[in-house]
Design a protein around this ligand. Structure first.
Ligand code: UT7
Length: 324
């Protein structure tokens, strides 16, 4: 048992300015606002401007998280960027973020678990902090999925958008933290399902970036069962009950998945933070974006027990229980 707790000090989100509505998409591919809204709950998504890279979105979200924590870049000694759409094959986008924030100490690296990336990154940072190795981490989920979509494939291009979200995770002694901090974690992967959601390119296979491919209805089926089991496992890890959760902050892929998981867990729908209508599936950015929105509008407050969860390509999936 560690003598430390990893406490969320600040949260920030950033969505690029350009908005693409369902109506706009209906002029690009054979789809309708009615189909997209009914099947997914998505009404619009944000698209990064030309020349606006994943690191730019990440930096904007990181600055907001630092502001909300009352901290500056000099207070950070660890940066983890969860992304499947890095600026470059290498170096890590986290090092670009580090430089853009003017941070010259500590470590920075990327983490690749696609849509589950933010949950995996929180778990990773928590372990570093618990070991006493770093003091304050910027944990960022940032994506420009618009750059890897096949804009002629209606079954995928309507689902995703660009954005970034960040938290400042701080090492505190158990005494300082009280009951706050990361309480329980559950992470899983199963590579047998990697063909359900993948990108058909990469440096070592095709030497191209490739496009996102997904068998959506199969991912959907895996999502509901695997997430529900993961939430129960994270609660068990924390020694808490699912009914103790104040706010459910899920990966924002599809409103129907959010509702199905909440129903299976017996969670009230009004405890579920849903921002999917506003920005679609932003992969690793979606959980911190939803968290930032619910803190900003006053729903999530210090002391609340929140549950974050996600499932994505790999398949990878996981959950974490955090006392704010
Ligand atoms: O973030 C990573 C995790 N990803 C997810 O969680 C995504 C999980 N999957 C989903 O959200 C849903 O499966 C989708 C939203 C992708 C699709 O919804 P669905 O209810 O599973 O529909 P479906 O794939 O079974 O397709 C139903 C029909 C098909 O037509 P037919 O074969 O029944 O004639 C599709 O061709 O809907 C058609 N379709 C569309 N129609 C209008 C697929 N995309 C579209 C579209 N507009 N954009």
């Amino acid at each position: 048992m560690s003598e430390f707790a990893s406490v969320i000090r600040g949260v920030g989100g950033y969505l690029p300015e350009r908005v693409l509505t369902n109506e706009d998409l209906s002029k690009m591919v054979d789809t309708t606002d009615e189909w997209i809204t009914a099947r997914t709950g998505i009404r619009k998504r944000h698209i990064a401007a030309e020349g606006e890279a994943t690191s730019d979105l990440a930096v904007a979200a990181a600055r907001r998280a630092l502001d909300s924590a009352g901290l500056g870049p000099q207070d950070i000694d660890l940066i983890i960027v969860a992304t499947a759409t890095p600026d470059y094959t290498f170096p890590a986008t986290a090092t670009v973020v580090q430089d853009k924030l003017g941070i010259t100490r500590g470590a920075a690296f990327d983490l690749q678990a696609v849509c589950s990336g933010f949950v995996f990154a929180v778990a990773t940072a928590d372990n570093f902090l618990a070991r006493g190795q770093f003091e304050r981490a910027l944990v960022i989920g940032a994506e420009t999925f618009s750059r890897i979509l096949d804009w002629s494939d209606r079954s995928t291009c309507v689902l995703f958008g660009d954005g970034a979200g960040a938290v400042v995770l701080e090492r505190q002694t158990k005494e300082q933290a009280g009951d706050r901090g990361v309480k329980g974690i559950h992470l899983r992967s199963d590579g047998r399902y990697r063909d359900l959601l993948y990108v058909d390119g990469g440096p070592s296979t095709t030497q191209t970036v490739g496009h996102l491919r997904m068998i959506g209805n199969q991912v959907f089926k895996h999502a509901v069962g695997k997430i529900s089991d993961s939430v129960k496992a994270a609660a068990a890890d924390a020694g808490l009950a699912v009914s103790d959760i104040d706010w459910f902050v899920p990966h924002q892929a599809n409103q129907r998945i959010l509702s199905a998981v909440a129903a299976r867990l017996g969670l009230d729908d009004n405890k579920v933070i849903s921002t999917v209508a506003e920005h679609g599936n932003t992969s690793a950015a979606s959980v911190p974006l939803a968290l930032a929105a619910a803190i900003e509008d006053g729903r999530i407050k210090q002391g609340d027990l929140i549950l974050i969860e996600a499932i994505g390509g790999g398949l990878t999936w996981g959950s974490a229980l955090i006392r704010m």
